[in-house]
Design a protein around this ligand. Structure first.
Ligand SMILES: [Zn+2]
Length: 433
């Protein structure tokens, strides 16, 4: 399976290089070609049926469960027990739970109404992965594409690493700015787009990555040209490449959410979106290392969240931000870590108005992040509190973490429009109200 995946990825990589000109020298990457390549991409490599059930659960031991929970307080407590809430219904929630969480739930008399092993769950929602998902870009392909974009557009694009991951991979940032390059300072208002805090959310890499490709292809359009001249644009499509590679490398998805740090008990991974210093680990996060919502040993304990912290703290010009996640078709704004509204009324109005506009464009439901449950240590809460940045979490569309390659086209297309809309208010977000 692994071999098949690698060859499919190689075909994908070669194809990208081919329509970029077929030579060693970088040429402009056609966004339409990228998208049509993606649409045509699924490589029909039949997966042996035995693989589907043998590997995903494996020694993992997690379950997909449904638990009765009819209110926000219960959902928040469940997160603290280590339940990785993925879906919310009126009277219940569903998500991933390990043995520790299962024990905790039964000792506290929570009503678990359904329980599937990870293998049973995977078999119920996925039919033909991951060979059919070769259109998604792994770390090497993402890196290659970013390098190609930067070298083909040297007058406006530059690429640099904001830091190394736990396993030593670079966290790449593509910058688009008509003046400053690399890490040089800029006084222009800044917009920041980050994907893939969570490993299994592969669509959240595709959106910012292809947004970058689209921007560079449309750099001559009057409106885009104007934004590029006036703004400082940063795109970090894959914040957690260690987790991404771990999630795909066996040939069967592992539903891995966290990074790849080795914890004190030998378990792997910290939930990067519980690791920021905003009410760190106070509610809706677990202090148990093995759980999917583990907040880490301390705030900013992880190299990936540290890199974002340093990046944002060094750039006081940043005004707007989207952090992409999957899934749920939602746009979330602070606070996520507190029930209360942000205290600044004007800022609250901006968050609501700009969120609503992006909601109209995407069809996503825009609301305060803590509406469904409280979760602390969130990146966007921290970015707003620390930098005054109008920071949004997007839960992209799709049902499930592995929605297949066919969804990329429509999700990317609508999200480009929302991301460009955000440009329009980045110089002065208050003009939106
Ligand atoms: Zn996520």
């Amino acid at each position: 399976m692994k071999k098949l995946l690698i060859s499919a990825a190689l075909i994908n990589f070669i194809a990208l290089n081919t329509f970029a000109g077929g030579t060693e020298s970088p040429a402009n990457i056609s966004f339409d070609q990228l998208l049509s390549h993606i649409s045509a991409a699924p490589v029909a490599v039949p997966e042996p049926a035995s693989d589907k059930v043998s590997t995903p659960a494996g020694a993992d031991g997690r379950y997909w469960i449904t638990v009765k929970a009819a209110d926000k307080q219960t959902r928040t407590r469940l997160l603290e027990a280590g339940l990785d809430i993925v879906e919310i219904d009126k009277d219940s929630v569903s998500g991933f739970a390990g043995a520790y969480t299962m024990d905790l739930l039964s000792s506290k008399a929570y009503a678990v109404t359904s329980r599937l092993t990870l293998a049973e769950y995977a078999a119920s929602v996925n039919k033909d992965f991951p060979a059919g998902d070769a259109a998604y870009h792994n770390f090497q392909e993402t890196t290659g594409l970013l390098k190609q974009m930067a070298s083909a557009n040297p007058e406006i694009a530059s690429l640099f690493s904001i830091g190394k991951t736990t396993e030593g991979r670079d966290i790449w940032c593509l910058r688009i700015n008509s003046g400053a390059k690399g890490t040089a300072a800029s006084a222009k208002p800044g917009a920041l787009y980050i994907g893939n805090h969570h490993a299994r959310e592969h669509l959240s890499n595709e959106v910012p990555l292809l947004f970058a490709a689209w921007l560079l292809e449309h750099k001559g359009d009057a409106d885009i040209k104007n934004y590029i001249a006036k703004l400082d644009i940063y795109i970090i499509p894959m914040l957690n490449p260690d987790g991404v590679e771990y999630d795909i490398k066996s040939g069967n998805y592992r539903y891995h959410r966290k990074n790849m740090s080795t914890n004190s008990d030998g378990s792997r991974g910290v939930d990067l979106n519980r690791n920021y210093d905003s009410w760190w680990c106070e509610a809706g996060a677990s202090s148990y290392p093995g759980s999917d919502t583990y907040c880490g040993p301390k705030a900013f304990s992880e190299p990936e969240s540290q890199a974002v912290k340093k990046f944002i703290e060094a750039r006081k010009n940043l005004k707007t931000h989207i952090s992409y996640h999957t899934y749920g078709s939602e746009i979330l704004y602070p606070w996520g870590g507190s029930d209360s509204d942000i205290p600044n009324l004007k800022d609250k109005q901006v968050f609501e108005k700009v969120g609503a506009e992006m909601g109209k464009i995407t069809g996503y439901y825009s609301h305060k992040s803590s509406e469904m449950y409280v979760a602390t240590g969130d990146s966007c809460d921290w970015a707003y509190a620390a930098g005054g940045i109008f920071a949004y979490t997007f839960e992209l569309d799709g049902r499930g973490f592995y929605p297949g390659a066919a969804i990329i086209n429509s999700t990317v297309t609508k999200n480009i429009k929302a991301a460009v809309y955000l440009f329009s208010v980045t110089d002065n977000p208050y003009k939106a109200i």
